[in-house]
Write a protein that binds this ligand. Structure first.
Ligand code: AMP
Length: 211
Protein backbone atom coordinates (compact mmCIF):
# COMPACT_ATOMS: atom_id res chain seq x y z
CA UNK A 1 0.00 0.00 0.00
CA UNK A 2 1.23 3.49 -0.79
CA UNK A 3 2.48 5.59 2.13
CA UNK A 4 0.23 8.46 3.22
CA UNK A 5 1.12 11.61 1.32
CA UNK A 6 0.76 13.84 4.37
CA UNK A 7 3.86 14.64 6.33
CA UNK A 8 2.90 13.69 9.91
CA UNK A 9 4.93 16.62 11.24
CA UNK A 10 3.18 19.12 9.05
CA UNK A 11 0.55 21.18 10.84
CA UNK A 12 -2.47 20.05 8.90
CA UNK A 13 -6.07 21.07 9.47
CA UNK A 14 -8.57 18.68 7.94
CA UNK A 15 -12.32 18.34 8.21
CA UNK A 16 -14.40 15.19 7.97
CA UNK A 17 -17.78 16.32 6.74
CA UNK A 18 -21.12 14.70 6.02
CA UNK A 19 -24.72 14.31 7.13
CA UNK A 20 -25.66 12.55 10.39
CA UNK A 21 -24.98 8.82 10.03
CA UNK A 22 -22.51 9.21 7.15
CA UNK A 23 -19.66 7.61 9.13
CA UNK A 24 -17.71 10.71 10.24
CA UNK A 25 -16.87 9.21 13.63
CA UNK A 26 -15.89 5.78 12.29
CA UNK A 27 -13.84 7.05 9.37
CA UNK A 28 -12.46 9.95 11.43
CA UNK A 29 -10.91 7.49 13.88
CA UNK A 30 -9.18 5.68 10.97
CA UNK A 31 -7.93 8.90 9.41
CA UNK A 32 -6.61 9.98 12.81
CA UNK A 33 -4.55 6.81 13.16
CA UNK A 34 -3.29 6.70 9.57
CA UNK A 35 -2.34 10.36 9.21
CA UNK A 36 -1.42 11.14 12.82
CA UNK A 37 -4.04 13.81 13.22
CA UNK A 38 -5.89 14.52 16.46
CA UNK A 39 -9.55 13.63 15.87
CA UNK A 40 -11.67 16.36 17.39
CA UNK A 41 -15.40 15.63 17.41
CA UNK A 42 -17.60 18.46 18.68
CA UNK A 43 -20.48 16.00 19.21
CA UNK A 44 -18.22 13.84 21.43
CA UNK A 45 -17.07 16.91 23.37
CA UNK A 46 -20.68 17.99 23.94
CA UNK A 47 -21.76 14.48 24.98
CA UNK A 48 -18.86 14.36 27.48
CA UNK A 49 -19.89 17.77 28.87
CA UNK A 50 -23.49 16.57 29.11
CA UNK A 51 -22.58 13.42 31.00
CA UNK A 52 -20.44 15.47 33.42
CA UNK A 53 -23.44 17.78 33.86
CA UNK A 54 -21.37 20.92 33.43
CA UNK A 55 -23.21 24.19 32.75
CA UNK A 56 -22.40 23.93 29.04
CA UNK A 57 -23.34 20.25 29.06
CA UNK A 58 -26.76 20.80 30.59
CA UNK A 59 -27.59 23.48 28.07
CA UNK A 60 -26.26 21.44 25.14
CA UNK A 61 -28.04 18.22 26.19
CA UNK A 62 -31.48 19.74 25.69
CA UNK A 63 -30.58 21.16 22.28
CA UNK A 64 -28.93 17.90 21.16
CA UNK A 65 -31.83 15.71 22.28
CA UNK A 66 -34.13 17.78 20.05
CA UNK A 67 -31.76 17.35 17.09
CA UNK A 68 -31.04 21.08 16.88
CA UNK A 69 -27.66 22.80 16.62
CA UNK A 70 -26.11 24.39 19.69
CA UNK A 71 -25.38 28.13 19.29
CA UNK A 72 -22.40 29.07 17.09
CA UNK A 73 -20.68 31.15 19.81
CA UNK A 74 -20.73 28.25 22.25
CA UNK A 75 -19.25 25.73 19.84
CA UNK A 76 -16.74 28.21 18.35
CA UNK A 77 -15.45 28.91 21.83
CA UNK A 78 -15.03 25.18 22.62
CA UNK A 79 -13.14 24.58 19.37
CA UNK A 80 -10.89 27.61 19.81
CA UNK A 81 -9.84 26.42 23.27
CA UNK A 82 -9.20 22.88 21.98
CA UNK A 83 -7.11 24.10 19.07
CA UNK A 84 -4.76 25.83 21.50
CA UNK A 85 -3.95 22.58 23.31
CA UNK A 86 -0.53 21.03 22.60
CA UNK A 87 -1.96 17.63 21.50
CA UNK A 88 -3.49 19.19 18.38
CA UNK A 89 -0.48 21.25 17.36
CA UNK A 90 0.86 18.72 14.84
CA UNK A 91 -2.45 18.46 13.01
CA UNK A 92 -6.14 18.04 13.57
CA UNK A 93 -9.13 16.39 11.95
CA UNK A 94 -12.33 18.23 12.83
CA UNK A 95 -15.48 16.09 12.93
CA UNK A 96 -18.91 17.72 13.21
CA UNK A 97 -17.47 21.22 12.94
CA UNK A 98 -18.02 23.58 11.19
CA UNK A 99 -21.75 22.95 10.77
CA UNK A 100 -22.77 26.44 9.64
CA UNK A 101 -21.14 29.02 7.36
CA UNK A 102 -20.76 31.27 10.44
CA UNK A 103 -18.75 28.54 12.17
CA UNK A 104 -16.60 28.09 9.03
CA UNK A 105 -15.86 31.83 9.01
CA UNK A 106 -15.03 31.76 12.72
CA UNK A 107 -12.69 28.79 12.16
CA UNK A 108 -10.89 30.61 9.34
CA UNK A 109 -10.46 33.65 11.58
CA UNK A 110 -9.05 31.66 14.50
CA UNK A 111 -6.66 29.72 12.24
CA UNK A 112 -5.55 32.87 10.41
CA UNK A 113 -4.35 34.36 13.71
CA UNK A 114 -1.80 31.50 13.78
CA UNK A 115 -1.01 31.69 10.06
CA UNK A 116 -2.92 28.45 9.48
CA UNK A 117 -5.84 27.49 7.26
CA UNK A 118 -8.10 24.54 6.44
CA UNK A 119 -6.10 22.23 4.18
CA UNK A 120 -8.69 19.67 3.08
CA UNK A 121 -12.26 18.49 3.52
CA UNK A 122 -13.29 14.84 3.27
CA UNK A 123 -16.99 14.92 2.35
CA UNK A 124 -18.79 11.61 2.90
CA UNK A 125 -21.75 11.09 0.57
CA UNK A 126 -24.53 8.71 1.58
CA UNK A 127 -28.15 8.62 0.33
CA UNK A 128 -30.68 9.81 2.93
CA UNK A 129 -32.53 6.46 2.97
CA UNK A 130 -29.30 4.71 4.08
CA UNK A 131 -28.55 7.43 6.66
CA UNK A 132 -31.90 7.03 8.39
CA UNK A 133 -31.51 3.24 8.42
CA UNK A 134 -28.05 3.56 10.00
CA UNK A 135 -29.23 6.02 12.65
CA UNK A 136 -32.17 3.81 13.60
CA UNK A 137 -29.77 0.86 13.98
CA UNK A 138 -27.39 2.97 16.05
CA UNK A 139 -30.29 3.92 18.31
CA UNK A 140 -30.87 0.21 18.94
CA UNK A 141 -27.18 -0.53 19.54
CA UNK A 142 -25.94 2.57 21.40
CA UNK A 143 -29.08 4.30 22.67
CA UNK A 144 -27.88 7.81 21.80
CA UNK A 145 -30.39 10.38 23.08
CA UNK A 146 -30.64 12.07 19.66
CA UNK A 147 -31.19 8.91 17.61
CA UNK A 148 -34.97 9.03 18.04
CA UNK A 149 -37.15 9.38 14.93
CA UNK A 150 -38.10 13.00 15.66
CA UNK A 151 -34.52 14.06 16.44
CA UNK A 152 -33.22 12.25 13.32
CA UNK A 153 -35.73 14.11 11.13
CA UNK A 154 -34.69 17.41 12.71
CA UNK A 155 -30.96 16.67 12.33
CA UNK A 156 -31.45 15.88 8.62
CA UNK A 157 -33.34 19.16 8.27
CA UNK A 158 -30.54 21.10 10.02
CA UNK A 159 -28.01 19.43 7.74
CA UNK A 160 -29.87 20.33 4.55
CA UNK A 161 -30.72 23.91 5.53
CA UNK A 162 -27.59 25.02 7.44
CA UNK A 163 -24.71 22.57 7.11
CA UNK A 164 -24.67 21.55 3.43
CA UNK A 165 -23.75 25.14 2.47
CA UNK A 166 -20.42 24.76 4.31
CA UNK A 167 -19.10 22.61 1.44
CA UNK A 168 -19.75 25.36 -1.09
CA UNK A 169 -18.04 27.82 1.23
CA UNK A 170 -14.85 25.73 1.10
CA UNK A 171 -15.11 25.08 -2.64
CA UNK A 172 -15.40 28.83 -3.24
CA UNK A 173 -12.31 29.44 -1.16
CA UNK A 174 -10.33 26.92 -3.17
CA UNK A 175 -9.95 24.43 -0.32
CA UNK A 176 -9.56 20.86 -1.55
CA UNK A 177 -12.89 19.06 -1.10
CA UNK A 178 -12.66 15.29 -1.58
CA UNK A 179 -16.05 13.72 -2.23
CA UNK A 180 -16.06 10.15 -1.02
CA UNK A 181 -18.85 7.59 -1.54
CA UNK A 182 -19.69 6.62 2.04
CA UNK A 183 -21.64 3.44 1.25
CA UNK A 184 -20.21 -0.06 1.56
CA UNK A 185 -17.93 -1.68 4.12
CA UNK A 186 -15.97 0.50 6.55
CA UNK A 187 -12.70 -0.77 5.02
CA UNK A 188 -13.87 -0.02 1.48
CA UNK A 189 -14.82 3.56 2.38
CA UNK A 190 -11.52 4.07 4.19
CA UNK A 191 -9.59 2.80 1.12
CA UNK A 192 -11.38 5.47 -0.98
CA UNK A 193 -10.28 8.12 1.54
CA UNK A 194 -6.68 6.85 1.53
CA UNK A 195 -6.57 7.03 -2.27
CA UNK A 196 -7.99 10.55 -2.33
CA UNK A 197 -5.56 11.68 0.39
CA UNK A 198 -2.60 10.38 -1.60
CA UNK A 199 -2.97 13.29 -4.05
CA UNK A 200 -1.25 16.63 -3.47
CA UNK A 201 -2.97 19.08 -1.15
CA UNK A 202 -3.05 22.46 -2.89
CA UNK A 203 -2.88 25.58 -0.77
CA UNK A 204 -6.16 27.51 -0.48
CA UNK A 205 -6.76 30.65 -2.54
CA UNK A 206 -4.83 30.26 -5.74
CA UNK A 207 -4.28 26.52 -5.20
CA UNK A 208 -4.88 24.14 -8.10
CA UNK A 209 -8.48 23.48 -7.06
CA UNK A 210 -9.28 27.21 -6.88
CA UNK A 211 -12.00 28.50 -9.16
P1 AMP B 1 -22.58 14.63 16.12
O1 AMP B 1 -21.98 13.70 17.13
O2 AMP B 1 -21.55 15.30 15.27
O3 AMP B 1 -23.66 13.99 15.31
O4 AMP B 1 -23.29 15.82 16.95
C1 AMP B 1 -24.38 15.55 17.80
C2 AMP B 1 -25.11 16.83 18.14
O5 AMP B 1 -24.23 17.74 18.82
C3 AMP B 1 -25.65 17.62 16.96
O6 AMP B 1 -26.89 17.13 16.49
C4 AMP B 1 -25.76 19.02 17.58
O7 AMP B 1 -26.88 19.11 18.43
C5 AMP B 1 -24.52 19.09 18.45
N1 AMP B 1 -23.35 19.60 17.70
C6 AMP B 1 -22.20 18.94 17.41
N2 AMP B 1 -21.36 19.70 16.71
C7 AMP B 1 -21.99 20.88 16.53
C8 AMP B 1 -21.66 22.09 15.86
N3 AMP B 1 -20.49 22.24 15.21
N4 AMP B 1 -22.58 23.10 15.89
C9 AMP B 1 -23.75 22.99 16.52
N5 AMP B 1 -24.13 21.87 17.15
C10 AMP B 1 -23.27 20.82 17.17
Amino acid sequence: MAAPALDPHQRVIGIIFGPPGSGKGTQGARVEAEFHLAHLSTGEILRAEASRRTAVGRKAARVMAAGDLVPDELINDIVERRLRRPDVQSGVLLDGFPRTVEQAEALDAMLARDGRQVDFVIALEVPERVLVERLINRAREQGRADDTRNAITERMHEYRTLTAAVLDYYRRRGVRVMEIAGVGRVETVFERIRKAMAGPIPSPLGGEDAH
